[in-house]
Design a protein around this ligand. Structure first.
Ligand code: IPE
Ligand code: IPE
Ligand code: MG
Length: 237
């Protein structure tokens, strides 16, 4: 089937593309190339994220997952880590203020234990007050797929459950949203960096050199067009 196109400019989604995940990479390089501190790149990246999330909501996407901070990102200078955590808090505050304008169901995926208490309580609250909203938005913070899988296996073991594919999927942070149909990585690197290893089994991978702060709706349209041009065979013919 050809791409479902509403008009020449915008794309329309159907049941083949309901969940898109993003590895939002390239904030640091975006800032450095402008002679700015890396923190400014994260601020610009946060803006790009809000713009793309809004666009996904407009497109009617069912679920969106974004990689905001990995289990490995703690290796960065404390100042950069703090700036990212500050941005997350700011973002959650702004979402609370604009609740009526959106229908996003927030989920923060990853291990929250080492996060600051103020951020954790804001996360809990935003999830709670948006639980009946339409579009699922998973924000991965202190997320690593290997840690997620270990946690899932530990849960299944402690509950005495049988290990099978369904049980593992249901024990992951993403049990409410299923697997992404497409994973988009910006920033030019061709790797997964410990993101959604289990869930990505049959995801279409889309890589672009665009740095995340420069990524916008027209770039997502290009990714969506590419998605619809591919044939997903799932091992069949
Ligand atoms: C992605 O951008 C954001 C996070 C990992 C938090 P980077 O900060 O990794 O940007 P580059 O890859 O250094 O340009
Ligand atoms: C992946 O980007 C993590 C996020 C986008 C949050 P990184 O910049 O951390 O990945 P590597 O180090 O290039 O693999
Ligand atoms: Mg990076």
């Amino acid at each position: 089937m050809p791409l479902f196109i509403k008009n020449k400019k915008s794309v329309m989604l159907d049941e083949r593309l309901t969940h898109i995940a993003f590895i939002m990479d390239g904030n640091g390089r975006w800032a450095t190339s402008r002679g700015l501190p890396r923190e400014q790149g994260h601020r610009a990246g946060a803006k790009a994220f809000q713009n793309v999330a809004q666009y996904c909501e407009t497109l009617g996407l069912k679920a969106m997952t974004v990689y905001a901070f990995s289990t490995e990102n703690w290796k960065r200078p404390a100042r950069e880590v703090e700036a990212i955590m500050d941005l997350l808090e700011e973002y959650i505050d702004s979402c609370e203020k604009e609740l009526k304008d959106h229908s996003v169901q927030f989920h923060f995926i990853g291990d929250r234990t080492p996060l600051r208490p103020a951020l954790r309580s804001k996360m809990d609250r935003l999830e709670e007050i948006t639980q009946d909203n339409r579009m699922i938005l998973n924000i991965a913070v202190n997320y690593g797929a290997r840690a997620e899988l270990c946690r899932a296996f530990e849960t299944l073991k402690s509950e005495g459950q049988t290990i099978n594919e369904q049980a593992i999927s249901e024990a992951l942070y993403t049990s409410h949203s299923g697997d992404p149909d497409m994973i988009v990585r910006t920033g030019g690197d061709l790797r997964i960096s410990n993101f959604l290893l289990w869930q990505a089994a049959y995801a279409e991978l889309y890589f672009t050199d665009k740095l995340w702060p420069d990524f916008g709706p027209s770039d997502l349209d290009a990714a969506i067009r590419e998605f619809y041009s591919r044939q997903r065979r799932y091992g069949g013919v």
